[in-house]
Design a protein around this ligand. Structure first.
Ligand code: PHE
Length: 492
């Protein structure tokens, strides 16, 4: 390339180059461009791309260049035999070239018919101009005679092609030698004064800078942020969820989950070894209310009628749902009952078999709404508005069971991509056993719902395995480069 650059300079010294493809026919266009670029960067040349049109021969024309035109070959055959060429023998002698050769030779007035034979109509063999013109085109890519060019094209003997080439002129710094450009001004140059005569490489302000290393938000964080903004826009305030360890009391008992419930089994819940026990709840009246509503019933409920164990409620667990936090918040609200909207998005833990879509820990999105005389219709209406903000407009609800809500509903959304209903969450109206134990007034109803954060995130980022999202197999490049998410487009 350096040699090509010198060659360009030497050629330019004699005059501008109008077409590099002609001047350097054996060098690839890309290589020529590279050399011109580096010379242009030093302002030694200026260059412009030009589109060169040229003509190429079709296979039929190649054959003509080699053997002569069909009409000429026919005339040769006719002249060869004294008695002329039998019409019936034309194809035999010339093959596929016979018929078109015959009609052209007639047109040119080269032959005439004599009975069932063709005989010559010229005194001497004329020039085979077709073959000659095609040869010129093969060598130079074009022909001076535009009419003939058009004719050959019509006969499908030539095709138009295009190639990229450049015209080049001297630039302001033109010279025959390529000086090494200095990239740095050094203390030595200043001390010796050599900087005065040095040529410096100009700054390239168009060059892209190196990507600086920086932190990146995890996709779960991005989707969480989108959900947070939706909650804030709908008048919710965020619950404090920084406590992963809860007592059985807050995680289960306050939610009217009986102490024998399978969810409280070791197989489902992680219990803490050290310390094993929580302090007793500060609100002793509330503690006693919970005891009573489980064991004997209260507030119109007959309860579960089993001996409630205080020790069991003090066992420490990794919270299995953020509803433990909602319960704490509603208990606080009972001190000054009024309409309220709370949400949280944080981590929960379940002792579950790990598979492609489940881990032993995940994130829950949870919302609770407290207001006077709320109905199930309000909950359904709210769900519709909440999910519409995420582009999900088709919802279905299916009766379900939770110990702390009645009625309870699973939430299904229509997934246009998968063409089916998928389960996206769980919801319900909190039971009086739970709310009235806290001291909330009877007519202050509360409904709530819970979704997983992983599910919409996996759908958004088109992941099929949770291990691509969390854990040691996650591709850091994916984390660093994944785009932000807008839930108002479509969630599912
Ligand atoms: N806690 C429920 C779950 O784990 C979700 C839920 C929250 C249901 C609030 C009803 C009310 O799925």
């Amino acid at each position: 390339m350096a040699d090509l650059a010198h060659l360009v300079l030497q050629t330019l010294d004699k005059g501008p180059i109008s077409d590099t493809a002609v001047t350097f026919p054996d060098v690839e266009t890309g290589v020529v461009h590279g050399a011109l670029n580096s010379l242009a960067a030093r302002s030694m040349v200026t260059y412009k791309p030009i589109d060169i049109e040229f003509w190429t021969l079709t296979p039929e024309a190649e054959e003509i260049v080699e053997k002569g035109s069909h009409e000429f070959r026919l005339l040769e055959e006719v002249t060869k035999s004294m008695e002329g060429l039998k019409l019936a023998d034309v194809t035999k002698v010339l093959g596929a070239a016979g018929k078109p050769g015959q009609s052209r030779a007639f047109k040119n007035g080269w032959i005439k018919k004599d009975g069932d034979k063709l005989v010559s109509n010229v005194s001497a063999l004329p020039e085979d101009t077709t073959a000659k013109d095609l040869k010129t085109i093969k060598e130079t890519g074009t022909l001076g005679d535009a009419k003939e060019l058009g004719e050959l094209r019509k006969r499908k003997l030539i095709e138009k092609g295009k190639k990229l080439s450049y015209s080049v002129e001297k630039g302001p710094e033109f010279a025959l030698e390529i000086k090494k450009l200095e990239t740095d001004l050094t203390p030595e140059m200043i001390a010796s004064g050599s900087w005065k005569t040095q040529t410096f490489k100009p700054y390239n302000f168009d060059a892209e800078g190196a990507v600086t290393a920086s932190g990146a938000l995890h996709p779960l964080n991005k989707v969480r942020e989108e959900f947070r903004q939706i909650f804030f826009a709908m008048g919710f305030s965020e619950m404090p969820t920084n406590q992963f360890v809860e007592s059985g009391f807050w995680n289960f008992d306050t939610l009217f989950v009986p102490q024998q419930h399978p969810a409280r089994d070791l197989q489902d819940t992680f219990y803490i070894k050290d310390p094993v026990k929580a302090d007793e709840p500060e609100d002793k009246t509330y503690w006693e209310n919970i005891h009573k509503v489980h064991e004997e019933g209260a507030y119109g409920s007959i309860g579960y009628r089993y001996p409630w164990n205080a020790e069991e409620s003090l066992r420490l667990v990794l919270r299995t749902h953020t509803t433990a936090v909602s319960s704490r918040m509603l208990h606080k609200l009972a001190a000054d009952p009024k309409p309220a909207r709370f949400f949280s998005i944080d981590r929960v833990f379940r002792n579950e078999a790990v598979d492609a879509t489940h881990l032993a820990e995940f994130h829950q999105i949870e919302g609770v709404i407290a207001d006077y005389d709320l109905t199930l219709g309000d909950l359904i209406g709210f769900m519709d508005r909440f999910f519409t903000r995420m582009g999900v407009d088709k919802l279905r609800f299916k009766p379900a069971y939770n110990p702390y809500t009645e009625p309870s509903m699973e939430i299904f959304a229509w997934h246009a991509g998968l063409n089916k209903w998928i389960e996206i969450g769980n919801s319900g109206m909190f039971r009086p056993e739970m709310l009235e134990s806290m001291g909330l007034p009877k007519d202050l109803r509360v409904h709530g719902f819970g979704l997983s954060l992983e599910r919409p995130t996996m759908i958004k980022y088109k992941l099929s395995n949770i291990r691509e999202l969390v854990g040691h197999k996650v591709n850091l490049d994916f984390i660093e480069t994944n785009p932000a998410v807008r839930l108002d487009e479509t969630l599912v």
